[in-house]
Design a protein around this ligand. Structure first.
Ligand SMILES: *Cc1c(COP(=O)(O)O)cnc(C)c1O
Length: 220
């Protein structure tokens, strides 16, 4: 009989299988384990299974949880996937290895200053409001070229685009649009796909999938 598989093995398998179907290298797809709301005790088993890349959506929560975990495992990398207030830019630059939520001019300036002060370049994704949803974070599609130009000017490194497609709609057209925009701007990385749709995202070129509940179970 097969050994019972862990959620992490299951998600990794599904990514690898999808990558093979899409004729992509599975190694080229980064699995970010989104540990928001989950305590250190829930994170430890994933670290024990070899997962080293994690994501959080709040600066304060990450500050409380991660320094101790990282002390024990210095090879962990931590990504910020949630909205960032400009007044938290210094904290974010100090704590995170990548920021997925660059979405406005004021944040470009705040991050440029913070990176300069810290002497530390943190790669960023520009988050695109791909479904033009009023309540959602992200830069409007029409404003992406100007924001990318501002980031270049300010020497804030942008490596790719990120999106969260509208809930309850087929995500594929949104992922395809994000991929097209990234290609048009010569950006190699695509942060897209969550627990419910990461296979679709991998088919359409995701380089970073952000998976929470499929690894940790449902959040409160
Ligand atoms: C919470 C969150 C995720 C993970 O969502 P799941 O559906 O639990 O996989 C991914 N991306 C962002 C931006 C999130 O806030």
């Amino acid at each position: 009989m097969d050994e019972p598989r862990t959620p992490l093995e299951d998600v990794r398998d599904r990514i690898a299988k999808t990558a093979r179907i899409a004729k992509r290298d599975p190694e080229a797809i980064e699995l970010i384990a989104i540990s928001k709301t989950h305590p250190a005790e829930a994170i430890a088993p994933l670290i024990a299974q070899g997962q080293r890349l994690f994501g959080e959506n709040r600066v304060q929560e990450a500050q409380a949880k991660w320094p101790a975990l990282r002390e024990a495992h210095p090879d962990i990398t931590l990504h910020l996937v949630g909205q960032l207030q400009s007044n938290k830019a210094d904290d974010a630059v100090a704590l995170f290895d990548c920021i997925h939520s660059l979405d406005r001019s004021s944040l470009v300036s705040a991050l440029a200053k913070a990176m300069d002060k810290a002497g530390r370049q943190v790669p960023c994704f520009v988050q695109v409001n791909i479904g033009a949803e009023e309540q959602k974070g992200g830069c409007a599609i029409a404003d992406v070229p100007a924001l990318l130009a501002e980031a270049r000017e300010a020497e804030v490194p942008v490596t790719g685009l990120m999106c969260v497609p509208p809930l309850d709609l087929e995500p594929a057209p949104y992922f395809a649009l994000l991929a097209k925009m990234a290609a048009d701007h010569g950006l190699a990385q695509l942060s897209m796909g969550m627990s419910g749709d990461f296979e679709t995202a991998v088919m359409l070129g995701a380089t970073h999938v952000r998976v929470g509940s499929a690894l940790f179970g449902a959040r409160e």
